[in-house]
Design a protein around this ligand. Structure first.
Ligand SMILES: [Fe+2]
Ligand SMILES: [Fe+2]
Length: 334
């Protein structure tokens, strides 16, 4: 009922609307009470825009993230590994679809999001602009990249925006399988021959820093964080999540007998935290600006896939139109 009252006033405020302070206050008070905001509820234009951007970026990351692993599908060492990797990549496609649908509930179309991605206007996670050079990279990605994704996404199951939060529940369950299969590959490689262990170490060396950069800039440099926390889109700061991830991962690397490529990494007895050395934010900025090792490849591969799939989409749309015309004819004849 409360929701209805909000809806009646202004279902979708224009960006330049000066917002009614009463509505804005009610909105914030619902959030403070841990009540979910749903698609038809009134929301501040900036909340809508923030979520449109965040969910679309998340969806793009899932879709682009299929490429580095797709690179190894034809070269997986066994049939079982190939089947697992294929299932994992298909999960990522599904995550992309859930998320595009969640973003659409905020009034942005799938076409618009896709065009933002293909023209380079929208971002996706910088980690996917790195190459996958050996089979152990499949392990390192599952262990570290999906592991970092879980740290980020579990709190999103409690995000104030209902459609996003609900999409995250299933996504997180699948991410746990991804992390587990990655760690399983790492375990087998690290406990294998000297050459296999060297491949595992090499994959860790290349993936470690980009994966801890996935949490985004330090809190002191993160411009949107405070507002996102007040809106309960975000529940933990970038640095807190990064710290949790490092604390969880260092003992896992120790178990594997691998070395985290950070000479300054040290355990702080007082705080119980593994403290990392300085992060090279210049590298992060370069990759975000489009100058990572694979930015062009990732985007051009996606552009080609969209162009090559055009006939499939046209055929599906023509088939759907034919089916619905048939159904209408039947109804009229009856
Ligand atoms: Fe995913
Ligand atoms: Fe995943």
């Amino acid at each position: 009922m409360y929701t209805q009252a909000l809806n009646d006033k202004d279902p979708s405020p224009a960006e330049d609307t000066i917002e009614d302070p009463v509505l804005a206050e009610r909105f914030q008070s619902r959030i403070d009470q841990e009540l979910r905001i749903e698609a038809n509820d009134w929301m501040p234009a900036a909340y809508r825009r923030t979520l449109q951007r965040q969910i679309a970026q998340h969806a793009h990351s899932e879709v682009i993230g299929m490429q580095p692993e797709g690179n190894w599908l034809t070269r997986a060492p066994t049939l079982k590994r190939k089947a697992i990797l294929l299932a994992k990549i298909q999960d990522e496609a599904g995550h992309g679809l859930y998320l595009y649908s969640a973003a659409e509930t905020l009034g942005i179309s799938r076409e618009e999001m896709e065009s933002q991605l293909l023209t380079g206007k929208a971002r996706y996670s910088s980690i996917f602009n790195y190459p996958t050079l050996n089979w152990a990279d499949m392990g390192a990605i599952g262990w570290l990249v999906d592991g970092a994704a879980i740290m980020n996404q579990v709190p999103l199951c409690r995000c104030s925006y209902g459609p996003y939060a609900r999409a995250m529940v299933r996504v997180c369950k699948e991410e746990s399988f991804h992390q587990r299969q990655g760690y399983d590959i790492m375990t087998q490689m690290a406990k294998g021959t000297a050459a296999q262990k060297a491949m595992a170490q090499d994959a860790l060396n290349r993936t470690w820093w980009p994966s801890i950069m996935m949490f985004g800039p330090h809190d002191s440099d993160s411009s949107h964080s405070e507002q996102s926390m007040a809106w309960k889109i975000k529940r933990f700061s970038n640095d807190d999540l990064r710290q949790k991830f490092i604390n969880a991962t260092v003992p896992q690397a120790e178990y594997l007998g691998l070395t985290i490529p950070d000479p300054d990494l040290k355990f702080n007895e007082e705080t119980g935290n593994w403290e990392s050395g300085p992060i090279d934010w210049d590298e992060f900025k370069q990759v975000l600006a489009g100058n990572g090792p694979c930015n062009h490849l990732r985007l051009s591969t996606r552009q080609r896939a969209v162009a090559e799939g055009e006939w499939v989409r046209e055929a599906a749309a023509a088939h759907a139109a034919k089916q619905s015309a048939r159904a209408t004819n039947k109804e009229e004849a009856a």
